[in-house]
Ligand binder design. Structure first.
Ligand SMILES: CC(C)(COP(=O)(O)OP(=O)(O)OC[C@H]1O[C@@H](n2cnc3c(N)ncnc32)[C@H](O)[C@@H]1OP(=O)(O)O)[C@@H](O)C(=O)NCCC(=O)NCCS
Length: 169
């Protein structure tokens, strides 16, 4: 578990998600996303520790953000990064992404990939800041409004992999 001081002096920790976190996580999920994951998806991710890597940002015992990724082959695919609405813009997304990138490096995968709505400027800004590049567009990917997804990829550890990711596009 990595701890730090967030704005306001409270202790911010990034740690693995557990079952007791799911109510808070799901409440953030429903607030932020037009097509939220069902609650059972988080239950599955917490139990599916072989491929899933799910973490929460916890501050003074309260869950204020979370991220879920899957390690598949030579790749970490990020499925979800979210920060509670009232805490966005204070560096918590960065902390979550840094944790995922550290884990990808520790597990020695070559690539990190994700999809993001083409209109999601704050998320795209976050990913670009950490070296993610747009490698493809999935036309009409989001079923609620037909919006395109950008597929973004970052190479882990300076990208010495030298081969294409298995599942990026
Ligand atoms: C996207 C999200 C996870 C970012 O988390 P956050 O805690 O708000 O972001 P941070 O404060 O850590 O900001 C990190 C970086 O993101 C970028 N960023 C954040 N908001 C931005 C904005 N409105 N415009 C452009 N870039 C932005 C910046 O590069 C920023 O770094 P900086 O503050 O040093 O300039 C958060 O806003 C969120 O939960 N959004 C709703 C859910 C969502 O869209 N998730 C992504 C799904 S792919």
């Amino acid at each position: 578990m990595k701890e730090d001081r967030a704005a306001g002096g409270k202790r911010l920790a990034i740690r693995r998600m557990c079952e007791d976190d799911i109510d808070a996580v799901w409440s953030i999920e429903r607030d932020l996303f037009p097509t939220p994951w069902p609650r059972r998806s988080f239950v599955f991710e917490v139990g599916n520790s072989r491929t899933s890597y799910a973490v929460v940002a916890s501050e003074g015992g309260a869950v204020i953000g979370y991220a879920v990724g899957w390690f598949v082959g030579d790749e970490l695919h990020i499925g979800n990064v979210a920060v509670r609405r009232d805490r966005q813009g204070s560096g918590i997304g960065r902390r979550l992404l840094e944790d995922l990138m550290r884990e990808a490096s520790a597990r020695k995968v070559s690539y990190i990939t994700l999809e993001v709505r083409a209109s999601n400027v704050s998320a795209i800004g976050l990913y670009r800041r950490y070296g993610f590049k747009e490698i493809a567009i999935r036309k009409g990917y989001y079923t609620d409004n037909g919006e395109d997804a950008l597929v973004m990829l970052a190479e882990v550890g300076g990208g010495e992999g030298g081969h294409e990711p298995a599942t990026a596009v």
